[in-house]
Design a protein around this ligand. Structure first.
Ligand SMILES: NC(=O)c1ccc[n+]([C@@H]2O[C@H](COP(=O)([O-])OP(=O)(O)OC[C@H]3O[C@@H](n4cnc5c(N)ncnc54)[C@H](O)[C@@H]3O)[C@@H](O)[C@H]2O)c1
Length: 340
């Protein structure tokens, strides 16, 4: 299987699972569309014959994620920073606002840009949706729960966040983004939907310097037989959702009328320790990498796991792809990327 096939197979699987959920003939603005999740969304929407406008300033996204779509009649790329105003002549039906750097390694390098993308950027995207009478999907994060005291965490949990900590540029700006969405819903009757995305991984995740996300980092280290760097004792847990499941969940959330005005956790409820994850990656990658333990960064949550009862009920959705299967695909893709 070549690297394109891992993604093509994934797209086909998403389309199959979506059944009659179809954005054909709708114009969808995807901010952050050249990023990891955004480019998968663009691919599926283009396949469904939606007209896709991908807006991205390439802060952390890559043009190669969407280069195969450039030139298609129903796809347009606009290089733009969403924290600055922009006007669209064509009628927009759905706005999906994903633009924001999301890697913990970037929290201390670009905190202001992150805050601007999630506050000003959300406000500007909401303004576009309001002007066009479009539906609005905001990609929030499990980070809004901070170091959650209730696990699995339901949407009703209000969070335990340090407002001045190193992660606050991200989690507090996502919280402000959510508040802005709900204010537009209340004051202007806008149709908003909020996804609280839990760790998602898969092909097209970056593993280079700007990315501190654990799965691509472990894979990169394992494939290069470099030490696998674990923060703390590795007993902290995360729950990892494969990209095809996440994209299906997001599109379901954008689709169903019953999801109007709702905030929904999208993620995989299966919890794994970071130490176990390192061992699984090492085994699948057939690597000789030693495990290396480093101090835990401040405000790193001990456990993170979504309660997805609401997504099951409202969207008839749950994650399907097992961690080992998703990791196999992702490692395969990383390997092929290196040799091609
Ligand atoms: N992947 C995850 O596990 C995860 C978890 C929780 C939340 N999310 C959220 O999902 C969204 C997408 O995340 P991702 O994993 O695809 O990350 P990503 O970094 O791959 O994608 C983000 C995209 O937004 C673009 N961008 C950043 N600032 C911008 C700006 N000011 N104007 C225009 N474009 C801008 C980047 O260039 C990039 O293409 C983000 O909002 C993120 O916070 C992701």
């Amino acid at each position: 299987m070549d690297k394109k096939d891992v993604i093509q197979e994934g797209i086909k699987e998403i389309l199959r699972s979506l059944k009659n959920i179809n954005f054909e003939d709708q114009t969808v603005l995807v901010t952050g569309g050249a990023g990891f999740l955004g480019s998968w969304l663009c691919d599926v929407l283009v396949e469904q014959n939606a007209r896709v406008i991908c807006l991205d300033n390439l802060a952390s996204g890559l043009e190669k994620n969407i280069s195969h779509l450039l030139g298609l009649e129903n796809f347009k790329f606009i290089k733009h920073d969403i924290s600055k105003p922009i006007h669209f002549d064509e009628k927009i039906d759905v706005v999906m606002h994903l633009a924001s750097r999301a890697s913990p390694l970037e929290f201390d390098k670009f905190p202001i840009q992150i805050i601007k993308a999630n506050t000003l950027g959300t406000w500007i995207s909401l303004g576009i949706a309001k002007k066009h009478g479009a539906k609005f999907l905001f990609t929030s994060t499990s980070e809004v729960y901070g170091d959650a005291q209730i696990i699995p965490t339901p949407e009703t949990y209000n969070g335990n966040v340090n407002p001045i900590g190193i992660r606050s540029c991200y989690d507090e700006s996502k919280r402000a983004g959510e508040a802005t969405c709900m204010s537009y819903a209340r004051q202007h009757g806008l149709d908003v939907r909020i996804a609280r995305i839990f760790n998602t991984y898969g092909p097209r995740m970056r593993a280079d310097g700007v990315y501190g996300r654990v799965i691509p980092r472990f894979i990169h280290q394992a494939l290069n037989n470099k030490p696998i760097t674990i923060f703390g004792d590795g007993k902290q847990t995360r729950s990892f959702c494969y990209v095809t499941d996440q994209i299906e969940g997001l599109l379901r959330l954008a689709w169903f009328d019953s999801a109007k005005g709702e905030v929904v956790n999208t993620g995989n409820p299966e919890e794994t320790t970071i130490l176990e994850l390192a061992k699984i990656v090492k085994k699948i990658a057939n690597s000789n990498s030693p495990l290396e333990f480093h101090p835990l960064p401040p405000d790193d949550p001990r456990r993170r796991c979504p309660d997805i009862s609401k997504a099951r009920k409202l969207l008839n959705w749950e994650s399907k792809v097992e961690l080992r299967e998703g990791l196999k695909n992702t490692i395969e893709w990383f390997k092929l990327m290196k040799v091609s």
